[in-house]
Write a protein that binds this ligand. Structure first.
Ligand SMILES: [Fe+2]
Length: 254
């Protein structure tokens, strides 16, 4: 992501703006947040952040801490390295307060119906700051992350987040072929709550907004080249094969 992303969004054309995330521009955009001119304030924010390490931090402080931190950790893409990266980024993100709204909201293409919008706040260097805003009882379908990891942070409302992993050997994304998945997380995401997706853990996730809707962030980081295929969606059969281990039959969908 960069500060000029909004200007590059074409009208009525779906584009990928983050790892596995596609949007369609639907509004006249009015320009993005510029970080030009903030530089003189960065050092004072850094000093404040260092003096209050457990306290809430502004968005500018978040960038000041998270950008160098993630650059130092992104190179280790092992399972443990991804864990370390995600926990470090989440520890800073969880202190974030007063995040600016995105310059625009756009239709998500990951839902079954209208009411799930995406927006961006520029400033991340290794990562993309993606807002999601969901109307009451809307869903973002279960989808796989196979080239980028995610820190999800709840900002308001209640949002049920479910994470799955494939059991046994990985499969091609062939619709109609059934295989088993394990539900690893079933979480009610509230303000300040965190959910983590690495390429090795919890790498399929989906969202269901509660009666008041929900707003939060996906802070995504691409760590592998983008595959040729589109982002696969998962369809899970209702009854568990193994209730205790939360094993289900599932198949990929277009
Ligand atoms: Fe996602």
């Amino acid at each position: 992501m960069n500060d000029n992303l909004e200007d590059r969004l074409p009208q009525n054309k779906e584009i990928e703006v983050s790892e596995g995330v596609f949007i369609k521009r639907r509004t006249v955009l009015t320009g993005g947040l510029s970080l030009i001119g903030l530089a003189p304030f960065i050092n004072s924010f850094r000093a404040y952040a260092q003096s209050t390490p457990q306290g809430q931090i502004s968005f500018e402080q978040f960038l000041t801490e998270a950008n160098p931190l993630t650059k130092s950790l992104i190179g280790d893409t092992s399972t443990g390295g991804q864990d370390n990266y995600l926990h470090a980024l989440a520890s800073v993100a969880s202190r974030l307060e007063g995040l600016p709204d995105p310059a625009s909201w756009n239709d998500s293409t990951q839902s079954f119906k209208p009411g799930t919008d995406l927006g961006f706040t520029p400033g991340g260097e290794s990562f993309t700051i993606l807002h999601w805003r969901m109307e009451p009882h809307t869903q973002i379908r279960l989808h796989r992350h196979d080239y980028g990891n995610v820190v999800t942070l709840g900002l308001s409302g209640y949002n049920r987040v479910e994470n799955y992993e494939i059991v046994g050997e990985d499969h091609d994304y062939d619709p109609g072929k059934f295989f088993q998945v394990r539900k690893t997380v079933d979480q009610q995401l509230r303000r300040g709550d965190i959910n983590l997706v690495s390429l090795d853990r919890n790498y399929i996730h989906g969202f269901t907004a509660g009666p008041d809707g929900a707003h939060g962030l996906d802070i995504t980081t691409r760590i592998r080249p983008k595959p040729e295929h589109s982002t696969p969606y998962l369809s899970v059969r209702g009854n568990a094969v193994d209730e205790f281990k939360q094993i289900y039959q599932a198949e990929w969908e277009d």
